[in-house]
Design a protein around this ligand. Structure first.
Ligand SMILES: C[C@H](N)CC(=O)CC(=O)O
Ligand SMILES: [Zn+2]
Length: 305
């Protein structure tokens, strides 16, 4: 009798720091828009919401703690979704800057990027013209010659800074080397299981989006961490749903949201984050998979609640 597959944790990353306002009128920018997007995603079936903040006037990514505070408490008041705050911010920020929201607001979950890498957003420049804000093309172009810095010292700094908060991490691995970096920190006892490993596919500078890439990351994680990890995937852009579907069929969990893709089907801008949650939920239920509630996700990930 085939073992009953565990419920699937759906994470929704509602705004991020990759896309810019000109790219979609549906990209949440203000605290009110981010609150509404997060609550809507949880109501649609997401167990975890991954949150970045933006300057309300310009939409520029920001790690200002007060901008995060403006929506975190409202989201908590309106739904029981697990709050996951970014420590990645944007590649243009310092690690000290990036750490502040997680350090000061002590969320249940925070992202942790497991290695330094090129993080190419500049190819998107060619797809858009007439940007609303001057900072947008400059921001994208700057990534042509930028390293998304996550040195061993940076990762230790984030881990040690947050250890008294009881915050657990969404471990962002953009390539197999990041899985080995993670194993290094596990071996040193700086990160304990169950590990929530978010394997990232399709960011220029990281691993690709071919099914072999997905299997390779999964096989490598199985070899390094055995069963002591909860596997999740995110696919960038048009690969969001194909990568999510593939991984779900392999027993994985999934991340969607406008941080990772602006689309709801080829050439159709997603009108909301909830629309992407509904789409992946349809696929999962089509595979006879049940989705986890926020509390079930807390149980599976050993969160402080
Ligand atoms: C590819 C995603 N931007 C991964 C991410 O969400 C990183 C973070 O916020 O720390
Ligand atoms: Zn993020």
């Amino acid at each position: 009798m085939m073992a009953k597959q565990k419920k699937v944790i759906v994470t929704c990353a509602v705004t991020g720091a990759i896309h810019t306002p000109t790219m979609s009128p549906h990209l949440p920018v203000t605290a009110e828009q981010i609150r509404e997007a997060a609550v809507g995603a949880v109501q649609a079936g997401a167990a975890i919401v991954h949150l970045h903040a933006r300057e309300p006037e310009t939409g520029r990514p920001s790690q200002d703690v007060e901008l995060f505070r403006a929506f975190v408490s409202d989201i908590k008041a309106e739904c029981d979704g697990v709050i996951n705050l970014t420590t990645g911010g944007s590649p243009a920020m310092t690690v000290q800057e990036r750490l502040q929201p997680a350090l000061r607001l002590a969320p249940e979950v925070a992202s942790l990027n497991m290695g330094s890498m090129n993080f190419g957003l500049h190819p998107m420049l060619g797809k858009y013209k007439d940007f609303k804000h001057d900072w947008e093309p400059a921001y994208l172009e700057a990534t042509r010659d930028m390293v998304f810095r996550n040195t061993f010292k940076d990762i230790e700094y984030i881990l040690e800074s947050c250890q008294d908060n009881g915050t657990r991490f969404e471990l962002e691995c953009y390539d197999t080397s990041h899985l080995y970096n993670l194993a290094h920190f596990v071996d040193r006892g700086l990160i304990e299981g169950p590990l929530f490993i978010q394997t990232v596919f399709g960011i220029l500078g990281g691993i690709g989006t071919h099914p072999d890439d997905v299997s390779h990351m999964r096989r490598t994680a199985d070899r390094l961490f055995g069963t002591d990890y909860v596997w999740s995937v995110l696919g960038a852009g048009r690969f969001q749903m194909p990568i999510g579907s593939m991984a779900a069929a392999m027993g994985g969990n999934v991340r969607v949201g406008l941080e990772d893709s602006l689309w709801d089907g080829p050439g159709t801008l997603a009108e909301s984050n909830a629309a992407q949650v509904r789409r992946i939920r349809g696929i999962l239920e089509g595979l006879s998979l049940a989705i986890a509630t926020p509390d079930e996700a807390r149980e599976m990930l050993g969160l402080k609640g």
